[in-house]
Design a protein around this ligand. Sequence first.
Ligand SMILES: Cc1cc2nc3c(=O)[nH]c(=O)nc-3n(C[C@H](O)[C@H](O)[C@H](O)COP(=O)(O)OP(=O)(O)OC[C@H]3O[C@@H](n4cnc5c(N)ncnc54)[C@H](O)[C@@H]3O)c2cc1C
Length: 467
Amino acid sequence: MKKDVNENLTSDCSTNDWPKISENLSEIAVDSSDIEYKNVRSNYMRVGSPKIILMAKTVSDVREAVLYAKNVRETSKTYVPFSIRSGGHGMTTDSVNDGGIILDVSQMNEIRMVDDKKGLVSVQAGAVWGDVSAFLSKYDRVISSGDFGDTGVGGLATAGGLGLLVRQNGLTIDHIKEATVVTADGRVHLANNQKNKELFWAIRGGISNVGIVTEFIFEAPKLLGENTETQQMPLPVYLQTVRYESNKLGEFVKNWGDWIRKLPNELTSIAIISKNYEKNDFYVDVMNLWAGDNEKKADPIFKNALNLATVIQSETNLLCYTSLIPTPHEKHQAQESNRPLNVLVDQPTETLGDAITKVFDDKKVVAVELRSLGGAVSTVPVMETSWSGRKKEAFVAVWFDTKNVQIAHKIFEPIRKLGTGAYGAYSFDTSQDFANLTWPEETGQALKKIKKKYDPTELFDQGLTII
Ligand SMILES: Cc1cc2nc3c(=O)[nH]c(=O)nc-3n(C[C@H](O)[C@H](O)[C@H](O)COP(=O)(O)OP(=O)(O)OC[C@H]3O[C@@H](n4cnc5c(N)ncnc54)[C@H](O)[C@@H]3O)c2cc1C
């Protein structure tokens, strides 16, 4: 028999002013007296101690949960955090909290083909990208999303989405055709380019500032091979992996940037830099992904990549895109202890490479990640969505072995100074400075206005928000 959650809500003097929970919410509520609590209290980066977790199964549950959280905020004498969790991989770590409410939509994870001819697919926010990728492979289609399959649709598809084919297919948000959004007043909106345009704009890059997305309709492009001589690989992608050794990161970063700038959109490049402290130089592990199986076009580019610095090892393979997205469906146990900060830069320059060299002076820096942008990302007008970094050439993230954001910031400073934008979903910084870098100028002003209209009491204030 389901126990009475209300008993637990009123047994603790810190929450005895919380309003009673309805019978319906009681059915989907988990609290510390449940065996299940230990499995749902945390996310990938943080152990949470929420008072209550509402495991929504329907849009109506989400609606009711939002209204309940609003009611708690209005009646409780103390501040009650209200978190939204989809895949639980949020780097701000705020999809769980201590002492508050978590609305979890992970059970709303249906993936359904709506129109095979147009590639329109309906994906609920609780699905994870590995499952989306496996589903779409049956239709020879891909939505370039995250590089880790357990990452959630809700958090990534409201933030941007820098996928493995980002230069070929653009950001994940560029494929959203429609979304169902629950706003702070509990209303459910269908948002697209005709209806509720402001909301539609704001949920494509604005994270949870204006509401909770429960379902997306994406248009997923085809990824087909051109090679008819050999047996066709489904969703073919050439992957070149190269390990370089370099003691001149300035030179490497400039060469890498100059090389990518001239390349066709089919090529996306991701570099992970780590320091070899014994030799006092750097390893740069690069993944170059070519969308498709056109070996004639890809091969000369891969050959050129070997001239960027001293190569220790390299390999090229034709693979199915889906095999590049590991999806272990792991339980959340705060298994990731490192934290990232990031900026977007106009161009990868020698100065950036020198700044990367400098941050490695501190051993709290675990790795630096460079991702190529440009290509299809840059062809979308800046104000088309609330993701404003369209004209930047690269994304730079530093991973720290510290959970202290001030310490990380101090180390990050040489790189931060070179940033002219940021990606809100790939950082544990939730400061207003970072929000202003993520949503600068016209984008920030527009997002603030829409937030004021749909969330006037700032119910959605966890994670990165704009004030
Ligand atoms: C291992 C790993 C690999 C990653 N790789 C990539 C990558 O390749 N490319 C990339 O772009 N990003 C990547 N990310 C970052 C990722 O996009 C963000 O962390 C994203 O927020 C995760 O979404 P989630 O649903 O799993 O997170 P959650 O922890 O569930 O949510 C994070 C935040 O998103 C918001 N949110 C969640 N659900 C909703 C919803 N339904 N409606 C509105 N807002 C919502 C909330 O503010 C919440 O606090 C990676 C993260 C990790 C941990």
